[in-house]
Design a protein around this ligand. Sequence first.
Ligand SMILES: NC(=O)c1ccc[n+]([C@@H]2O[C@H](COP(=O)([O-])OP(=O)(O)OC[C@H]3O[C@@H](n4cnc5c(N)ncnc54)[C@H](OP(=O)(O)O)[C@@H]3O)[C@@H](O)[C@H]2O)c1
Length: 290
Amino acid sequence: MDSETKAEFMRVLVTGGSGLLGKAIEQVVKQEGGCLEGEQWTFLSSKEANLVDLQQTRAVFQKYRPTHVIHLAAKVGGLYLHMKENLHFLVILCSDQCKKPEWIFNCSNQNMIVCVCVDFTDYRGYFAQHGRRYTAVIPTNVYGPYDNFNFENGHVLSALMHKTYAAKKEGTPLQVWGSGTPRRQFIYSLDVARLFLWVLREYDEIDPIILSVGEEEELPIKDAVEMIADALDFKGQIVFDTSKSDGQIKKTASNTKLRRYLPDFTFTPLSEGIKKTCDWFVHNYDIART
Ligand SMILES: NC(=O)c1ccc[n+]([C@@H]2O[C@H](COP(=O)([O-])OP(=O)(O)OC[C@H]3O[C@@H](n4cnc5c(N)ncnc54)[C@H](OP(=O)(O)O)[C@@H]3O)[C@@H](O)[C@H]2O)c1
């Protein structure tokens, strides 16, 4: 089915629409021409529908009657929040409320791939038995505007941006938690959003797909710290607090499958994405999640 035919009846419901990825998808849809004629897009926050409340969830699905769901809503946090509140990190699934839509795209965390693989098996079962199509999209470490910039609970880059901003303002050294040696593949949220639109329109597999920059782009966190310092023009001392956990030393993800489909997709270079995110943070400090 081509994109134009799909557009005739696509009503897309995005849960978690107020978060890092939801806002990025909204920007691509509303400002980069990502919305095709005839499509309806709805972005929900927990205020419009708390998905742990089944009644509310049912009402929302009845109201919008989505043909496609991009399911992003979740409790999300960086390493230190995971260590502190690990048991709270349960994926919110829409359960039987989601049987109606034609497609459901669940955004999974690479760390959770082992526990959610049960869901992937279910996805195949749902398709085989009921013709319902679910797939999981697995981005690596996402960063960008509207991230959670909280020192303790945020993702590594957003928390470091906030710390660097504060250290510059207060004239203190920048305290980086951990040794800075763990290696990560970072992906800009707008790139993930553009890839999400491609997944929605073109990716017909039930099997999950990893959305990531290449393995060769994996770099030590200390390199990213330098890029953040440059972006925020921080000239002070940088201290690595090795009493804090490093987390996994590396968790390299392969984007071979993605590249097979999209050999020419251009990822935003990390230094450019960091600069854009820092600029957004500085200009939106009052509304940013800190
Ligand atoms: N960021 C990453 O690096 C990354 C990597 C891989 C996978 N993922 C996955 O991608 C998804 C989105 O992540 P994100 O980084 O965009 O997270 P985020 O910025 O923290 O946004 C979370 C979203 O979930 C909503 N939400 C939370 N609890 C809810 C509830 N009970 N009912 C309805 N909505 C609720 C929040 O709404 P409010 O604003 O109203 O609280 C917010 O819109 C998550 O499933 C995450 O695990 C993220």
